[in-house]
Design a protein around this ligand. Structure first.
Ligand code: CTP
Ligand code: CA
Length: 227
């Protein structure tokens, strides 16, 4: 029989969590961003810390208070987020919830861009590094458990399974953001936890509920198996 989990089942474990948006600079005063609030990622960091893990939270700019008991690393761009994540390794588990900008501006200007009468500038974009995929393929530094997120509007589980394989992560939390679920702008999420071939369909719940349940699953997965 497995031992009853104590109140701090992740004591002695280390975790990395990413959260929030990234800001990609155009020039010293302008950037490209997205609407991620950081609520879900910060809640996951807090839930892991509450279960005893030593948590590094790498976050883009958000309005969220620092979660209690976490080491918080504030970054802006995707490249800074990648560097901060690599610096946090090794860890036992890594959860990638950040809404990383897929593209950044090529050749950001080092002075503020001015209207010079020549019409609007053209911004060309280049792809950012995939932080989850990089850490999932970090060889000896790869965390034992690597977890990604995917927001999809249709064929949610199938698309998320494909994403999991492409990125090389162990689990993926697939969030159904189809209009019918009312997730956009709402306080609740409808998620499926995909653990290899095993899929759990979770009831609709708040972001703190998703964080608590995910932290419980992580604690179970990292628990030493009963000898
Ligand atoms: N992710 C990441 N680094 C990136 C892009 C995404 O770490 N540059 C992570 C996210 O934090 C998330 C997962 O990868 O855990 C899936 O992100 P998503 O944007 O859904 O995947 P993409 O591969 O960017 O595909 P899409 O074209 O659907 O945006
Ligand atoms: Ca993306």
């Amino acid at each position: 029989l497995a031992e009853q989990a104590g109140p701090r089942p992740l004591a002695g474990r280390t975790a990395l969590v990413t959260s929030g948006p990234t800001h990609e600079p155009i020039d010293p005063v302008r950037y490209i961003a997205n609407r991620s609030s950081g609520r879900q990622g910060h809640a996951i960091a807090a839930a892991l810390a509450a279960r005893g893990a030593r948590v590094t939270l790498v976050t883009g700019p958000t309005q969220q208070p620092d979660p209690p008991g976490c080491a918080v690393v504030q970054i802006e761009s995707a490249r800074e987020m990648l560097a901060a994540c690599e610096a946090s390794l090794p860890v036992d588990v890594a959860v990638f919830n950040a809404a990383v900008a897929d593209w950044r501006v090529a050749g950001e200007a080092d002075q503020k861009m001015k209207k010079d009468g020549g019409g609007p500038p053209t911004l060309s974009l280049v792809e950012n590094p995939d932080i989850l995929a990089t850490v999932a393929r970090a060889g000896a530094l790869r965390p034992a458990l690597v977890i990604g997120f995917a927001a999809e509007t249709r064929d949610v589980v199938a698309y998320a399974q494909a994403k999991r394989a492409r990125k090389g992560c162990d689990w993926i939390v697939a969030n159904d953001v189809s209009p019918a679920t009312g997730t956009f702008g709402g306080a609740e999420n409808t998620v499926h936890l995909i653990m290899g071939d095993k899929v759990e369909d979770w009831p609709r719940m708040g972001k703190d509920g998703v964080a608590a349940r995910l932290a419980d699953r992580i604690a179970e997965a990292l628990a030493p198996s009963a000898g």
